[in-house]
Design a protein around this ligand. Sequence first.
Ligand code: MRU
Length: 338
Amino acid sequence: MRVNGRHFRAVNWHVESAGVQWIEQRLLPHRFEQVVSVSPEDVALSIETMQVRGAPSIGAAAAYGLALAWRVDAMHFFDHWLTRFRATRPTAVNLFHACNAMLACAETSPTANQMIECAQNYADAEVAANRRIGATMAELISVGQRRILTHCNAGWLAAVDWGTATAGIYHLAAAGEKPSVWVDETRPRLQGARLTAWELNQEGIDCQIQADGAAAWMMALGKVDAIVVGADRIAANGDVANKIGTYALSLAAREHGVPMYVAAPSSTFDPACPRGRDIPIEQRDDKEVLYMDGIGEVGDIQEIRIAASGVSANNPAFDVTPNANLSGIVSEHGLWHG
Ligand code: MRU
């Protein structure tokens, strides 16, 4: 999608330097910067430290990172790099799909260029899936005044291009409709306020950031026509792990009769995981809850503590929404009810 009118992907192969390039998402919306590296360890760190985040982008970064590892350190591909990438984050199953796809490719003894092609095909397939998700989703959310609520960032930054939850919104806008979006700020890392609102704004889509606690009240007031979120892992029974706060949204949606959809490519489905309660949930650093960062008067990024010193915090990064609370799950293959 576009930044100042120019097309970008969240992560890509950088031909000139034969390395991986990604958008440094921790700096947004204050600064737009791309990083290029020829070190597979840097790529693994970019996932671990959330420079690259969002399930499909994590998968694509791992695919490119493993292609890079094959190019610069093929000897340690099987005994080090696969394990290293698999350990970067636990919940988004796209990561493991991507590692398996790259393993299958490596087992055919490819050249470095063939491995890069394999990673490229992986990322391109994700983007194609998102486009198809968007077409289906656009039909489903053509309801009421097209006031859509979303949580976290399931936009193009999270999904290489187009996004999953946002793809339908972008399709509606391209068809001349005027969707408007309630963007949950998404504590503690504020992916909604920082990333989704920035993306939508760059695409000229009307949106308003709201505190997470405002979502249920907007539903009670009849101001939400549909909710669309992404997913990090979908169990075989249709239960969905997504950013913390999604489960609470689903309870309010059910209470107020608001349709709630999950948009995710098939790389987010985990048929080996029977139920939602079997999905590993990442517990992140207390610091994300206790501190905030933002931009100072001279454009420097500053971190401040917002809680009393000595107080600790609980920081589960994801929760699980039971399939029964959802109106449906949209993948590139269409609508599924679970
Ligand atoms: O911790 P994050 O920012 O990686 O979590 C991201 C989410 O929960 C997204 O909703 C999910 O990955 C879907 S991305 C299309």
